[in-house]
Design a protein around this ligand. Structure first.
Ligand SMILES: [Zn+2]
Length: 407
């Protein structure tokens, strides 16, 4: 099999082929049964969610009792799933852990959900809502500049529109928190691109736009896709801009599409999007009247086949910094302590289907939160909203905040 064909299959083809890195690994064990959990889970105390019966039936088929009885502990299993993701994206943190570290790190620079607007730039894919919801649980509703594959096409006008919606603090300054991230699925067995979508049988792909870009750049070559910035197909503006931005960057970095897999091109996309974001910020943000923060990375969906087991969401951060009064300070999110499982469970507020645990992947302690099939289904494709987290609330007007407003 040619390298091109192998990469295309690894990217998103419906075959069962796995990338070499994943094929060399033992298959991930199924999640331990609830009885093997070594910490109390709030889900066990909560009322049964709407789809629990169906989810329980699926789990019973996928996890024979004998296998579950000799399976790893919950935290060992969480660590194994985390290691699978980190084999492709070495800095990956659980999405809840990631957002909590961002929140606490930025608070020391004066940013919080009351005084800052979040600017989110993700792929248009509905599965990216898991990350978006975590961000908005901290910073309130965000202004999104989403594009296919996360490509940034809103321009200075689009960026400026979002900034003009920022809260204005009593001292007259504004605060913006920019999040930008392409996304990539890595399923429970380590297969790149593979994802099971709620209420849709069979294997799907994420990111489809990124996988299509890789396949087309491999078959068409770089030269025919390297164009002057701004040139695009009017019938397919975002996809054509995504492809030409990727082609220019791959060529500049002396890479060869035939030797790249979906994780490689997603990482290239992350660098392109982060650079494009910083360029727009340089044109749209006035640091004499505003402070801002930038947080970029790759969003990763580590979901189980047919959602029958535990499902995890990660972000592999790449850049994190705050610019206050025009002075930039870099933030090392890996050095920010994780919340404990108890703290994550408390924040989750007893929402059914969420369970926190510990991962020791990378020889340091991380906290992960697994999501059940019913939770994912409710969040992504149901009109019946799950029980809202008790800390999820609208952004208050800072001028009405006692104490802070008059400070
Ligand atoms: Zn996508």
């Amino acid at each position: 099999m040619s390298v091109l064909a192998r990469n295309q299959m690894a990217a998103c083809a419906p075959s069962a082929a796995r990338p070499a890195a994943a094929a060399a690994r033992p298959l991930a064990p199924r999640a331990p049964a609830r009885g093997t959990s070594n910490a109390a889970a709030p889900a066990a105390k909560a009322p049964a969610p709407r789809r629990d019966a169906r989810a329980a039936a699926a789990v019973s088929v996928a996890e024979p009792a004998a296998a579950a009885a000799v399976g790893p502990s919950r935290d060992t299993y969480f660590t194994l799933r985390h290691e699978i993701v980190r084999s492709h994206f070495p800095t990956a943190l659980g999405v809840e852990d990631f957002v909590s570290r961002v929140e606490r790190a930025l608070s020391q620079f004066g940013f919080n959900g009351n005084n800052a607007i979040a600017m989110t730039n993700l792929c248009r894919d509905e599965v990216t809502t898991i990350l978006k919801a975590e961000i908005e649980s901290v910073f309130g509703s965000s202004f999104n500049t989403n594009g296919l594959g996360g490509v940034l096409t809103c321009g200075v006008t689009g960026m400026g529109a979002g900034l003009s919606h920022s809260p204005v603090c009593p001292e007259g300054r504004e605060r913006y928190v920019f999040f930008a991230s392409p996304h990539c699925a890595v399923d429970e067995h380590g297969e790149l691109g593979a994802i099971s979508r709620p209420n849709r049988p069979g294997k799907s792909c994420a990111c489809g736009a990124m996988a299509a870009s890789l396949a087309q750049l491999q078959s068409e070559g770089l030269d025919s896709n390297v164009r002057v910035p701004g040139v695009h197909d009017p019938l397919d503006p975002e996809m054509s801009i995504l492809k030409q931005r990727l082609a220019r960057r791959i060529q500049a970095e002396n890479m060869e599409p035939a030797n790249m897999n979906l994780a490689d091109i997603t990482s290239v996309a992350e660098r392109v999007i982060a650079d494009d974001l910083e360029f727009l910020i340089s044109k749209a943000v006035d640091t004499s009247k505003a402070d801002y923060a930038v947080v970029t990375g790759v969003q990763i969906h580590n979901w189980s086949t047919d959602l029958a087991g535990a499902n995890f969401e990660f972000v592999a951060p790449t850049r994190a910094y705050a610019v206050v009064n025009g002075v930039r300070t870099d933030i090392d999110l890996e050095s920010v302590p994780p919340l404990t499982p108890r703290q994550l469970n408390t924040i989750a507020g007893g929402v059914p289907g969420l369970e926190a645990g510990i991962s020791s992947a990378g020889q340091s302690m991380h906290t992960l939160q697994s999501m059940s099939a019913s939770y994912l289904t409710d969040v992504i494709c149901s009109s019946e909203l799950p029980q809202p987290r008790d800390y999820l609330r609208g952004k208050p007007n800072p001028l009405n905040m006692p104490g802070e407003a008059k400070a």
